[in-house]
Design a protein around this ligand. Sequence first.
Ligand SMILES: Nc1ncnc2c1ncn2[C@@H]1O[C@H](COP(=O)(O)OP(=O)(O)OP(=O)(O)O)[C@@H](O)[C@H]1O
Ligand SMILES: O=C(O)c1ccc[n+]([C@@H]2O[C@H](COP(=O)([O-])O)[C@@H](O)[C@H]2O)c1
Length: 212
Amino acid sequence: MTKHIGIFGGTFDPVHPGHIRCASFVRQYCQLDSVRLMPCHLPAHRASPGVSAQHRAAMVQLAIAGHNGLALEALELEKTSPSYTVDSLTLLRQREPEVQWYFIIGMDSLGYFKSWKDWQQILQLAHILVCQRPGYSEQSGDAPELLRQFGQPDLASLRQSDSGGILLLPNPLTGISATAIRQQLQQHTLAADSLDPAVLNYIQTHRLYQAL
Ligand SMILES: Nc1ncnc2c1ncn2[C@@H]1O[C@H](COP(=O)(O)OP(=O)(O)OP(=O)(O)O)[C@@H](O)[C@H]1O
Ligand SMILES: O=C(O)c1ccc[n+]([C@@H]2O[C@H](COP(=O)([O-])O)[C@@H](O)[C@H]2O)c1
């Protein structure tokens, strides 16, 4: 039987409950066998994070512990070149040709998706699942045109084909960002429930995100 696997790519600097809630929701709502969180090594599109890919992956590993069906995809950590999604999905298709792939992004990412390397090819390799995110509308940036061209009304329609569809998801909103968390860690104002306790412990043990 064909496996259906979601790939949730991110800088995860650090991974936060917004990511984990989205990943769990998508897995259940889209009936995926699993969702793999894939930390990028060298983001192609933004400044390199101050925290190494190994640390960011270790925090992802801690954050997914105990969450059924969530896993770490370490593929981009193995490479020293910039982490382009099209390259990663191509490699995944080569390694696991029997799988049907879904790439998961937040609404902010959909807004600039047409600037991604070979974005049309990404849509030949996978479907795109889009999580709602507070402050980001489906009316801005590239989103309206992409949804007009590739949007699907529901999961059943999306599943009519192997790739090339975009589905907006009705996920519960979580107003958390890694940027805000990094700032709050530096200013010692982080609310207790803003991070998984194991991730916070890791950050403190390794003295990450400290004020310069
Ligand atoms: N709270 C959230 N709700 C929905 N999607 C989110 C949320 N946080 C992040 N995402 C999505 O997760 C993916 C990875 O995000 P990333 O690791 O860059 O986190 P971030 O919080 O956006 O970080 P930063 O503030 O550093 O940009 C992106 O596609 C992003 O849109
Ligand atoms: O391949 C690209 O050109 C590309 C451009 C921007 C973002 N991405 C991917 O989108 C995912 C989310 O990125 P970010 O910056 O929101 O963490 C992550 O897996 C990135 O590698 C990919």
